[in-house]
Write a protein that binds this ligand. Sequence first.
Ligand code: HEM
Ligand code: HEM
Length: 179
Amino acid sequence: MVALKNTSETYGWPAKLLHWVVAILMVCLVIAGLTFTGMERGDARTELANTHRSFGLLLLVIMLVRLAWKLMNPTPEDPAGMPRWQVLSARIAHWGLYVLIFAQITLGILVSAQQPIWFFGLFSFGPLLAENREQHEMFEELHQAGWIIIAVIVGVHVLAALYHHFKQKDNVLRRMITG
Ligand code: HEM
Ligand code: HEM
């Protein structure tokens, strides 16, 4: 049977599903962000920018659900004998990613906040801030730095997962995929 709740051994299906949906969304958001910022001004750019914002807002909803689910569930235990520095690094990286993703979404909203923000053409809100070029550029730079910091941590995170699977031969990667 496919378990709903996490146990001390493995993640339940909602935690796994949410992990991979967020992973795919993050990659798509980075690709879309880099693509539209490199395009000439025009309808196509505006459309892709709006799509980027909409999926970013959708990610906010998904991350709130994910955080709630994490707080309602046990986190599977680390493999026995895992060095203390690795346990600590994993803890910092996982919580750090939650914090950084929320920060990145907030910065995205702040970059866009001097105009109305559309959610999939369904509704819009704002402007939340008065026009201010300097402030806009500051949020732009922070939103740029943000994705790079996240990408570096995710890079190490992926390497750590592969290290567990191929070198340590434990169930750390498997329990985030099959169980
Ligand atoms: C975790 C979620 C997000 C990620 C990973 C992400 C990633 C990116 C990336 C990689 C860029 C291109 C940066 C560059 O110029 O080099 C970008 C630009 C942008 N993003 Fe996001 N984004 C996220 C969420 C959001 C949200 C929620 C909004 C707004 C509601 C948003 C609005 C924007 C805007 C307006 C730009 C253009 C800024 C500029 O001109 O440099 N982003 N984003
Ligand atoms: C190919 C890419 C990825 C792989 C192979 C991977 C692998 C894993 C594995 C195996 C775990 C479970 C660790 C454990 O059991 O203690 C995990 C947890 C986690 N991953 Fe990933 N991951 C990937 C991408 C990402 C991305 C893109 C993000 C977010 C930007 C992310 C964020 C997280 C977080 C926050 C946790 C902690 C889960 C929790 O306990 O709440 N991962 N990942």
